[in-house]
Design a protein around this ligand. Structure first.
Ligand code: E4P
Length: 218
């Protein structure tokens, strides 16, 4: 399973990248706004900075919601860097645009996916990635991980090439369970990636090893 980081914060991207386990980045308009990045030129420059930091796909989301607008914005975004993946919302014009981009060889990430039917449609349109939002489903008493399982089954049944990119991951167990289910990619905040490191028995064990070593070596 590939690890993407879900942030537009350059320091967090650098930290995850330094671990040597980062395969890509996803952003969205809220994450860009959180970093205070505004204005088309600054936004585009920020995407290029991210692309130059990480070896892997970087999702950049369109703001337009009409077909022509999505095409124009997506083509501009894709021309910024070869690693840009155009993130397109799961709406009617978005699906049409994903079909267009797919025929042009432009990579896409169909975002805001909350049902298996939507994921099926995204795959039929030729999306490179589909992003089901686990955490936001859990927030409304719906099993987000069950959706990942359903989509993986459907894609396997028909050999769809669209990659399942589990999104809106809130904690380490989401990440581990996505791996069990067979999601292709998980995008998560830095604290979830670094959370994988933690186990109290590791800390206790290391402390004892070092103490025992010190006893005979000092
Ligand atoms: C997906 O690509 C989104 O950027 C993201 O995972 C949404 O997560 P949130 O529900 O924590 O905002």
């Amino acid at each position: 399973m590939k690890f993407f980081i879900d942030t537009a914060n350059l320091a967090e991207i650098a930290e995850a990248n330094d671990l040597g386990v980062l395969d890509g980045v996803t952003t969205n308009p809220s994450l860009m706004a959180k970093e205070g990045i505004k204005g088309k030129d600054n936004i585009f420059a920020h995407y290029v900075k991210i692309c130059n930091m990480v070896q892997g796909d970087v999702s950049a989301e369109v703001i337009a919601t009409d077909y022509q607008g999505i095409i124009a914005e997506g083509e501009e975004l894709a021309s910024l860097h070869e690693n840009i993946v155009v993130k397109v919302p799961m709406i009617k014009d978005g699906i049409k645009a994903i079909r267009y981009f797919s025929e042009k060889g432009i990579k896409t990430n169909c975002t805001l996916v909350f049902s298996a039917g939507q994921a099926l449609l995204a795959a039929k349109a030729g999306a490179t990635y589909v992003s089901p939002f686990i955490g936001r489903l859990d927030d409304v008493s719906t099993d987000g991980l069950a959706l990942i399982e359903q989509i993986v089954t459907i894609y396997d049944n028909y050999g769809f090439e669209t990659k399942v990119l589990a999104a809106s991951i809130r904690h380490v167990m989401h990440l581990v369970q996505c791996a069990e289910i067979g999601a292709d990619v998980a995008t998560c905040p830095l604290n979830v990636i670094t959370g994988l490191l933690r186990h109290p028995l590791t800390d206790i064990g290391l402390e004892k090893f070092l103490a025992d070593h010190k006893k005979v070596n000092s």
